[in-house]
Design a protein around this ligand. Structure first.
Ligand SMILES: Cc1cc2nc3c(=O)[nH]c(=O)nc-3n(C[C@H](O)[C@H](O)[C@H](O)COP(=O)(O)OP(=O)(O)OC[C@H]3O[C@@H](n4cnc5c(N)ncnc54)[C@H](O)[C@@H]3O)c2cc1C
Length: 406
């Protein structure tokens, strides 16, 4: 049989697959990037992630993506915790406390769709990346020397794409993970999250660009995105027994918004979607020449904005290891270190923190709520405690801990 082409096969041109491909290509590795969506529908994806933490901005900067994203996003140094029942601001956290820790003491509110649009343009322009849009990955096999991916190409024909390694950046439904028989351990929340996008300036009510709102009946998140038109995204929990059509009817969306903020005038609702929230981590991130990264390896609730961010951290960690291997600076045992590092972060940071975040916002016991809110207030008021808090929420602590793992 012909030798395997000396390239990495990356499945999925989401944020993780694109960042991985760019980091590899810029270090002179060759990549074949396979994406099911085509030119015609690539930008028709439902709204998802969008808060990019400082550590992630450093990574975007390393691959030249940051300068393309900043003009399309909103620089947001401050985020808020609110008590909806009391109608009061609990605490404001300012990333300025991290000014000596990072060149980016703020988050960038820039939606996933803009990130993939810009990164895809860069990938298409890079001579080391072969971008295969409208190509559906179906299955794969591997041996000691390489991998063979089976795809259906843009004209509906079966095709083989071979390489040295395959990286599944396919998202939560990863075929690679399923074919490898890797368990996706964890749980799924009973309640789904309703996302409503509205054109309305919530800042006139004192909100920051990014807000976490606690309420014993109906917690929410409120985020600002750059237009045109400028939009705000509001997340709400939903009754597990209610059907989607009822929850997302125009009247139901309007009623929910009016309950959240009674303005007396109808909100200009731009869109909505309902999604199921999972908290799961793959039991293994690598078997042989097949590796998982991003949502194919771990999924979590969006409260705290950690899913896409931690996936991008996987991509950069993995890129550095594949680059070191290509340069013969290390053997493939570094891929096991990738698993040890990033699985630890997924479990001890991303899962733990997002589960805690949801509990904090949804807490019903008034004594516990008061204790939590007092604690947040004290943390925000003490500069060193606020810095430590932000190092954790902005994911620096997870990166430091991963670095220390042999
Ligand atoms: C409502 C919502 C809000 C969120 N907000 C945040 C946030 O603020 N911050 C944050 O960090 N995270 C957030 N997340 C999570 C975030 O969206 C994901 O973690 C992130 O998109 C994962 O990136 P990925 O590249 O791993 O996978 P995906 O973004 O799922 O991309 C996978 C890609 O693979 C392609 N693909 C899939 N199957 C195949 C196949 N068989 N063949 C070829 N291609 C295939 C898909 O078309 C897609 O392009 C949110 C999620 C939701 C649902």
């Amino acid at each position: 049989m012909a030798p395997y082409p000396d390239r990495i096969v990356v499945i999925g041109a989401g944020p993780v697959g694109l960042v991985l491909s760019l980091a590899l290509a810029q270090a002179d590795l060759r990549v074949c990037l396979v994406e099911a969506l085509g030119e015609d529908n690539f930008l028709e994806q439902v709204p998802r992630a969008g808060t990019n933490h400082p550590a992630t901005l450093e990574m975007f900067d390393r691959i030249g993506l940051y300068e393309r994203l900043e003009p399309r996003g909103i620089i947001a140094p401050v985020f808020h915790y609110w008590d909806r029942a009391e109608g009061k601001l609990i605490a404001a956290f300012d990333h300025a406390h991290l000014k000596n820790d990072t060149r980016f003491p703020y988050v960038l509110q820039c939606e996933r769709i803009k990130i993939v649009e810009e990164a895809l343009q860069m990938a298409k322009a890079h001579p080391n990346i072969e971008v295969r849009l409208a190509t559906e990955f179906v299955s794969f096999s591997q041996d000691g020397d390489g991998v063979t991916a089976r795809v259906v190409n843009g004209v509906g024909e079966p095709e083989i794409i071979a390489g040295r390694y395959i990286v599944s950046c396919e998202g939560a439904r990863s075929i690679v993970r399923k074919e490898l028989g890797i368990a996706f351990e964890g749980f799924t929340y009973e309640d789904r999250t309703l996302n409503i996008e509205v054109a309305y300036d919530f800042r006139k009510h004192g909100y920051a660009e990014r807000n976490y709102i606690s309420d014993p009946q109906e917690w929410s998140n409120l985020f600002h995105w750059k237009g045109p038109p400028d939009r705000w995204r509001v997340h709400f929990p939903t009754d597990p027994r209610a059907d989607e059509a009822t929850l997302t009817s125009p009247e139901a969306l309007q009623a929910r918004m009016q309950k959240f903020l009674p303005t007396g005038k109808p909100f200009d609702i731009i869109g909505s979607n309902l999604y199921v929230v999972h908290q799961r981590v793959a039991q293994k991130f690598r078997i042989g020449r097949a590796i998982l990264a991003g949502d194919s390896a771990h999924v979590n609730s969006p409260i705290g904005a950690m899913g896409m961010n931690s996936g991008i951290h996987d991509a950069i960690n993995l890129a550095d290891k594949l680059i070191a291997m290509a340069r013969k600076e290390s053997d493939d045992s570094v891929l096991d270190r990738y698993e040890r590092q990033r699985r630890h972060v997924a479990i001890a940071h991303t899962q733990a923190q997002t589960i805690r975040n949801k509990r904090l916002l949804a807490e019903r016991d008034p004594v516990v709520r008061k204790r939590n809110h007092d604690e947040l207030r004290r943390t925000a008021e003490d500069p060193e405690r606020a810095r430590q808090f932000l190092l954790r929420t902005a994911l620096f602590e997870s990166l430091r801990e991963a670095d220390a793992i042999a």
